[in-house]
Design a protein around this ligand. Structure first.
Ligand code: MN
Length: 191
């Protein structure tokens, strides 16, 4: 079964001004789509032809890993947003954030710092470990915490294609805005 670009529940201009329409059209419509197309071409005739993205992330390397992980990462990223989002987590996730970081404000500051300081292209992640503890990690390029057995809760794409059309070099402004479009009703269920 071929991999597909996921449908989004919001329109290309719905996250503006945090993520503007042109950025969405390129990031989702061109970059995300290209990873899907590349992956479909690369897996043909390999043992990953009918594999899940999770299997590809755990077992593949090279181009199949890079494109497979980027498909998963972008789907996870784009489905974390809603117009007029923001606010704070609730339930068990909120409780664990308090336990591991002291407060949501502290998590926000540490996660933002991780996203802003990734050198080059990559992803900041909030992950859940085996013991239920939360941790913030930085991954370069297509890196995905599933590869190390952790459960992804939240991610921020800091490849320049994620923000450069709207923010140019101002990555911190993009990361600050990111918190205002998060859909915690979706993110809460990942913990
Ligand atoms: Mn991206």
């Amino acid at each position: 079964m071929a991999f597909e670009l996921p449908k989004l529940t919001y329109s290309m201009d719905a996250l503006s001004p945090v993520i503007d329409k042109l950025t969405m059209e390129f990031h989702y419509g061109k970059h995300h789509q290209a990873y899907v197309t590349n992956l479909n071409n690369l897996v043909q005739g390999t043992k990953f032809e009918n594999a899940s993205l999770e299997t590809i992330i755990k077992e593949a390397d090279g181009g199949i890993f890079n494109n497979g992980a980027q498909v998963w990462n972008h789907t996870f990223y784009f489905t974390s947003f809603k117009p007029g989002g923001g606010g704070e987590p609730s339930g068990n996730l909120a409780k664990q954030i308090k336990e591991d970081f002291g407060s949501f404000a502290e998590l926000k500051e540490k996660f933002s710092k991780a996203a802003i300081t990734i050198f080059g292209s990559g992803w900041a992640w909030l992950i859940k470990k085996d013991n239920g503890k939360l941790e913030i990690v930085q991954e370069n390029n297509a890196g995905n915490p599933l590869k190390n057995g952790a459960i992804p809760i939240l991610t921020c794409d800091v490849w320049e294609h994620a923000y450069y059309l709207g923010y140019q070099n101002r990555r911190p402004d993009y990361v600050n805005g990111f918190w205002n479009i998060l859909d915690w009703s979706v993110i809460d269920t990942r913990y």
